[in-house]
Design a protein around this ligand. Structure first.
Ligand SMILES: [Zn+2]
Length: 134
């Protein structure tokens, strides 16, 4: 067992190994396998294979710089996706706490806390007052 581990360690010398993109590929493969347990389609099966092959090709690759660049690109997109979700979540939470009114005089958007009933709203831009239900 120890011998096998040593052989593998020697095999991996100078090879890329694992990174965030590979962890994502492994997760994706797993998710696809589970989904395909129910759907049993060839398309998903081919996708599973592609993900798995990419996973091993990247792990055993000797082009470390190339794989590093791929991972950097992946991290960039991952950041964009998580940021977008974070913004959506924020807007959703804000939307439950506040109501947005538009001043009928100047068009300024005003954020008013919800649940205060019918109130008089004073525009902070032009000073116009109007009634609104929060
Ligand atoms: Zn106004």
């Amino acid at each position: 067992m120890r011998n096998l581990r040593e052989k593998f360690a020697r095999f991996m010398v100078g090879r890329y190994g694992s990174d965030e993109l590979n962890r994502f590929l492994a997760m994706l493969t797993l998710v696809l396998i589970v989904i395909n347990l129910f759907l049993r389609t060839n398309v998903l099966f081919v996708l599973e294979l592609i993900c798995l092959i990419l996973f091993y090709l990247r792990m055993f690759s000797r082009n470390i710089n190339g794989r590093f660049q791929e991972n950097q690109r992946y991290l960039h997109y991952q950041f964009l996706v998580t940021e977008t979700f974070r913004k959506w979540k924020f807007r959703f939470q804000e939307g439950r706490k506040y109501k947005i009114f538009k001043c009928p005089n100047c068009g300024q958007k005003l954020r008013i806390p919800r649940g205060k009933g019918k109130i008089s709203i004073r525009c902070r831009k032009c000073g116009h007052e109007f009634l609104g239900k929060s």
